[in-house]
Design a protein around this ligand. Structure first.
Ligand SMILES: Cc1cc2nc3c(=O)[nH]c(=O)nc-3n(C[C@H](O)[C@H](O)[C@H](O)COP(=O)(O)OP(=O)(O)OC[C@H]3O[C@@H](n4cnc5c(N)ncnc54)[C@H](O)[C@@H]3O)c2cc1C
Length: 500
């Protein structure tokens, strides 16, 4: 008789659901019988990826888009039958701005716009033009600042990269590792030496793979609902054991599907313990424990460390070493006429030198169609980041005041917004600081104490949603390797607890 390999995924954010989906696909392909379940603490799937859909207004609280072409994300979308639901960014969104010296400036998109880019001195701008002549390869790990200063000069490193690092990570250009936070930059240097040369080659490559900025008509959460539906639909009808808190993921993407409930909501896991007979027990506060042969902890290091604190204290310590920034977000719906100067393009990032508590603002209604009724401009303002817990601790009224103050400075506000929403995302953005690869290697090393356990999510191998989808394939391969090592699916079953 075939004994299913019990795989439990903790967390139904993007990392957990894509890992579960990839595990099922790899298991099906390999003919391995897997008993799969995803345990989610909250009452909905998606984690940070939450789409607000109210009165003709639609926006995401976290990632609003993928920036990918052909590859694992496109493959996943095709497998889920969501290709027709893709929504490409509007052409007008290609312009991006920086708030510097209290004013908006268009970010340079080529040599012409660079020459007229006022936030930098003429000397600083000319230094960028010298890049192909001074560029060299440096194999050692560097901060983003050190790397950028070598290539395009200290001023551009500060103004351009400093601003971008705040926009992507809410972090500090001198602390983040270019190797970990922006590996593509290191690859550009390795392959072409000069970033200018690499950028020209990169533009051709982006065209070749069809890399664009896109989302789903229903927002990013549509993908998460589709993943949950597909997982639930694919489970055997009688395959779901009784759980403490069943309830299939529900949402605009559909309902529970026809099968068992693979995705369990309101199912927080409070601890992971090794079983004497092999495998693991996942404890829940309700006392209805789950047993597993393999576990994917897709919950973020600050939660994962509490789950493994007793079973693997060294692993808990290693997970503690990844710093994370909290974020606060305020979204506003304005009449178009509310601005003295038009809200143009994708939005703006705030230069590190500006004395304001805002990282940037996205003009959501400029980016995708159908995000707001005609005549309404939808703006999402992001605040907080690494070392700025004080900003995230502000109350809603103070956060909105901070955000509106910066919008007033940038665009000139004639009138108050018609509607406002506020959201806080604790532990939102892990900081890939210098030494990040070593920290992740230490975590991987300590995971050896828990055979069959993996960590997933934005803290380890990429914060971007595309990177998380890509990582799911790697995780699934590892889970399947462990299953094979345990003889899963074979008859008679291998003794439980045989480590991979
Ligand atoms: C404001 C903001 C803007 C962003 N913008 C972009 C962008 O433009 N582009 C981009 O690529 N990325 C962006 N990101 C990042 C991206 O959204 C995240 O990296 C990604 O969504 C994280 O997914 P995850 O699955 O790793 O974690 P999460 O989404 O945090 O999922 C973890 C899940 O685990 C659950 N959980 C926690 N504890 C337990 C427990 N004990 N038991 C069971 N379940 C538990 C949580 O409820 C949650 O559902 C942004 C993020 C934020 C906050």
């Amino acid at each position: 008789m075939s004994v299913p390999h019990r795989v439990r995924v903790v967390g139904a954010g993007l990392a957990g659901l894509t890992a579960a989906h990839a595990v099922r696909r790899h298991a099906d392909a390999a003919g391995v019988d897997v008993d799969l379940r995803v345990l989610e603490a909250s009452d909905q799937v998606g984690g940070q990826l939450r789409t607000v859909d109210e009165d003709g207004v639609r926006f995401d609280w976290a990632a609003n888009a993928f920036r990918t072409g052909a590859g694992p994300t496109a493959d996943l979308v095709a497998r889920l039958g969501l290709e027709g639901e893709r929504l490409e960014a509007k052409k007008a969104a290609s312009k991006r701005f920086i708030l510097h010296g209290g004013q908006l400036h268009e970010l340079p998109s080529g040599p012409g716009t660079l020459l007229s880019f006022r936030p930098m001195s003429l000397k600083g701008r000319l230094r960028i033009a010298l890049e192909p002549f001074v560029a060299r390869r440096v194999p050692d790990e560097e901060s983003v600042f050190a790397y950028a200063a070598r290539h395009i000069g200290a001023e551009a490193a500060e103004v351009l990269l400093g601003t971008m690092v705040r926009g992507v990570y809410g972090g500090d250009v001198r602390r983040l590792s270019v190797d970990a936070a922006f590996p593509v930059m290191k690859t550009m240097e390795r392959d072409h030496r000069s970033l200018v040369v690499a950028a020209i080659a990169g533009a051709k490559e982006r065209k070749r793979v069809g890399k664009t900025t896109w989302t789903f008509r229903g927002g990013m959460q549509q993908l998460l609902y589709a993943l949950a539906d597909d997982l639930n639909a694919g489970a055997p009808r009688d395959g779901a054991a009784d759980g403490p808190a069943d309830g299939a993921a529900d949402g605009p993407g559909g309902g529970a599907g026809g099968g068992g409930d693979v995705v369990r909501l309101n199912a927080p896991v409070s601890a992971l313990a090794r079983r004497a007979e092999g495998g693991y027990t996942l404890a829940t506060p309700h006392g209805e424990d789950e047993t597993a042969d393999a576990v994917v902890l897709a919950v973020g290091p600050q939660v994962a460390r509490t789950l493994v604190a007793d079973a693997a204290p060294d692993l808990a310590g290693a997970l503690d070493a990844i710093p994370t920034g909290h974020l606060a977000i305020a979204t506003f719906a304005f009449d178009d006429a509310a601005f003295e100067r038009p809200a143009e393009g994708y939005g703006f990032l705030v230069a590190p030198s500006e004395p304001v508590d805002v990282l940037g603002a996205l003009f959501e209604s400029n980016i995708f169609d159908d995000r707001a009724p005609a005549g309404t401009t939808l703006v999402r303002v992001i605040m907080g980041g690494a070392g700025r817990d004080d900003v995230v601790a502000k109350d809603d009224a103070a956060l909105r005041e901070t955000a509106l103050g910066v919008l007033d400075q940038a665009l000139g506000l004639r009138e108050a917004p018609k509607r406002a929403w506020t959201w806080r995302q604790p532990y939102a953005i892990p900081q890939y600081e210098l030494g990040h690869h070593d920290r992740v290697a230490a975590i991987e090393g300590h995971l050896a104490a828990l055979p069959g356990v993996q960590v997933a999510g934005n803290a380890y191998r990429g914060v971007a949603v595309g990177a998380i989808v890509e990582d799911a394939e790697r995780l699934a391969e590892r889970i399947l390797a462990h299953a094979h090592a345990q003889g899963a699916g074979a008859a008679p079953a291998a003794p439980a607890g045989v480590a991979a």
